[in-house]
Ligand binder design. Sequence first.
Ligand code: HEC
Ligand SMILES: [Cu+2]
Length: 309
Amino acid sequence: MLESASTIAPSVDRIFWVLVGLSVVIMTVVGTLVLSFAIKYRAGTKAYRGPLPDWMSREVEIGWTVATLFVALFVFWWAVSAQLPHFLLPKRALEIHIVAKQWMWKAQHPEGVREIDALHIPQGVPVRLEMTSQDVIHSFGVPAFRIKQDVLPGRYTATWFEATKAGDYHLFCTEYCGTDHARMTGTITVMPPESYATWLAAQPHGEDLAGEGAQLFTKFGCSGCHGAGARVPAPPLAGLYDRPVTLADGSTVTADEDYLRTSILRPEAQVVAGYPSVMPSYQGVASEEQVVAMVAYIKALEQGRSEAR
Ligand code: HEC
Ligand SMILES: [Cu+2]
């Protein structure tokens, strides 16, 4: 049996085994009938071959068809309701950014610690992964946690898990992504929270993500329009994250990470109502990792950081 090391693993396994059990029962019944009828009605036997017996009425036929339908519906309802909580990302979680590329996994902790093909995380803490790809579609799969999430170029996808057992676990790329796909693996190391803190402190710290984003914000000239005292009318970014934004076409969207990312790479796609569409596109100018950092910076502005750094 596959090792199970996350909070959702038991429910995934339960669904798996019930489905296996159900399939075995159905297979046994159908298989036995096929085999026994094949013997009973083989050529030359004197078995009765007339019309169906009376008890085999239309009602019986309808009955077992509907019963099977209900079994299928029940399995669907049960599996979905067991999995649903996993699709709701916890608000309070350790947020790790993952950038996938041919053929490696780059991880960045909120404190600025970076890892390649490795990820250290504390045990018993919900971990939320915000992921994107620099080239093709990859998929972040950790069998021991029973998670698998596609990582797409051009947008963010997220998944989360809570590891329950300390140890080393395999990370696989589970979407064929080119020549070295099979080698696009990594190790997830789950540590007790105290060891994690010690480990984190011992790592070389880069600037934290938001800090790095702040520097890029100046470097790319964003502050020239969005900063205090800018000449161009541009919307203020402080407090923007997670708020509704009215666009020029009258629609309203929530300023989530995907929105922020699109605003930077393709500003003309979602123009804020009341502002001229003058923001340049940063597609091909800022790398995916730099965009991740700037998005982190804009999110941090909400938490009351000063705009000028
Ligand atoms: C030439 C001035 C200019 C520059 C430079 C500029 N922006 Fe903008 N930005 C704007 C304007 C004007 C808007 C509003 C119109 C629109 O949505 O395109 C905007 C919109 C945005 C929005 C959406 C805001 C909202 O309220 O929904 C974000 C996020 C953003 N910019 C981030 C950035 C980042 C990050 C950079 C640097 C990489 C940057 N901008 C550079 C002018 C600029
Ligand atoms: Cu891959």
